[in-house]
Design a protein around this ligand. Structure first.
Ligand SMILES: Nc1ncnc2c1ncn2[C@@H]1O[C@H](COP(=O)(O)OP(=O)(O)O)[C@@H](O)[C@H]1O
Ligand SMILES: C[C@@](O)(CCOP(=O)(O)O)CC(=O)O
Ligand SMILES: [Mg+2]
Length: 387
């Protein structure tokens, strides 16, 4: 029996980093997914290994299942219905297993993904041999939430074969979970994100779980009903960065300048709240679509300025901002910054020629422009053939 899960990536329209410190943020899923397939061997396979394939980066790992049991020996029988944080001791033991993999230095960031996998797998499924294959349409480590999409899709696949979830195994095609099941898998995914990000806010796993657009503050989400279609150009600067280090950098700056940073976070909170109000306001109200878009552009620019205050912009991001400004387009970084992706609002009345021109100018700087639909389903699973 095989199950496949898919979970979407995301863009943060406003409030990244500040959301870690309690401010409101607004995020939307995008139609680029991470896929996880999970298969248990049959007795005749005579296989007692846990195998993990990261297809996007061409890496494969395997462990005799007994080694994982040994590493986590102090752990009780796993209980998939109680999301549990990885203790320092378990993290240390699992990290020793990951060290043995000798991951090449250039791909060392993947170690965090392997750790999250080992924790989620053993906590939800216990010590059973299996093969898990990961593929993604998302660029990894670029601000589009690949870490959360991985944790959400993994939690979904693992839970679908657990006692905590009741699913129709004969269903054909993609299947969504019930509300309480989504809540459970979102909590497990958050435990995985904690291993990858250090101190995540929970916005990325929540938007990947539930899909569409959400407003998020202090761990709780409100689903947003959009009353306008937003079109964004996503520019990947291709400058690699690590979310954990950037989040830690903002926390250190906050410790050095608590009052100034509190004001920055407060300003971001107001920006996100206003943005959510604009997006939700009834379609033909006192504000025309063009007026709404101009307001959103201004809020994006203000948010970008505050992200610069937090120290998470980058020369490559500044180049994207200057390039799009030449075409009177507003942009902001999305995700953790320090490189990664930048969002540019494409107003409804903008001509296709301008979009082509700005795209080719950005690409001539060595950046990669993506188009992705905003919104859409959250996590889904499929038993058997998903094609
Ligand atoms: N498809 C994948 N294959 C392997 N590792 C992945 C995959 N998706 C995410 N990861 C893990 O997530 C990390 C990237 O997460 P992060 O730095 O938070 O950036 P982002 O979430 O913006 O992509 C990778 O270094 C890796 O550990
Ligand atoms: C910076 C932050 O707000 C978003 C990070 O997103 P990403 O991992 O860069 O896609 C961190 C968080 O909210 O957990
Ligand atoms: Mg991430």
């Amino acid at each position: 029996m095989e199950v496949k899960a898919r979970a979407p990536g995301k863009i943060i329209l406003s409030g990244e980093h500040a959301v870690v410190h309690g401010s409101t943020a607004v995020a939307s899923s995008i139609d680029l997914y991470t896929y996880v397939s999970l298969r248990f061997p049959t007795p005749s396979d005579n296989d007692d290994a846990l195998r993990l394939q990261f297809k996007d980066v061409g890496l494969e790992f395997s462990w005799p299942i007994g080694r994982i049991k040994e590493a986590l020996s102090e752990k009780d029988i796993p209980n998939s219905s109680v999301p549990t944080s990885c203790s320092i001791e378990s993290l240390r033991s699992l990290a020793a297993l990951v060290d043995e993999l000798k991951i090449p230095e250039a791909k060392i960031g993947l170690g965090a993904g392997v750790l999250a996998f080992l924790w989620l797998y053993s906590s939800i499924q216990g010590y059973k041999p299996a093969t898990v294959v990961i593929t993604s349409e998302l660029p990894l480590g670029s601000g589009l939430g690949s870490s959360a999409a991985l944790c959400v899709a993994l939690s979904a696949a693992l839970l679908s074969f657990s006692d905590s979830v009741n699913l129709d195994l004969s269903h054909q095609g993609w299947l969504t979970f019930g509300e309480s099941e989504l809540e459970l898998l979102n909590k497990w995914a958050f435990e995985g994100e904690k291993i990858i990000h250090g101190k995540p806010s929970g916005i990325d796993n929540s938007v990947s779980t539930y899909g569409n657009m959400i407003k998020f503050k202090s761990g709780s989400l409100t689903r947003i009903k959009t009353n306008m279609t937003l079109k964004m150009l996503i520019t990947n600067t291709k400058v690699g960065r690590n979310t954990k280090a950037l989040v830690a950098g903002v926390s250190e700056r906050t410790l050095r300048h608590p009052e100034a940073m509190a004001s920055v976070f407060n300003a971001v909170d107001s920006i996100s709240t206003e943005l959510a109000t604009i997006i939700q306001s009834p379609a033909p109200d006192d504000l025309s679509l063009t007026e709404k878009e101009s307001k959103i552009e201004e809020l994006m620019e203000m948010n970008q300025g505050l992200l610069q205050c937090m120290g998470v912009s980058h020369a490559s991001i500044e180049t994207v901002l200057q390039t799009t400004l030449k075409y009177k387009l507003a942009s902001k970084l999305t995700g953790a910054g320090g490189g990664g992706c930048v969002l540019t609002l494409l107003p409804t009345l903008l001509s296709g020629t301008v979009v082509d021109k700005v795209t080719s100018e950005l690409e001539s700087c060595g950046f990669h422009c993506l188009t992705a639909a905003i919104g859409g389903n959250g996590v889904e699973i499929c038993f058997g053939d998903s094609s």
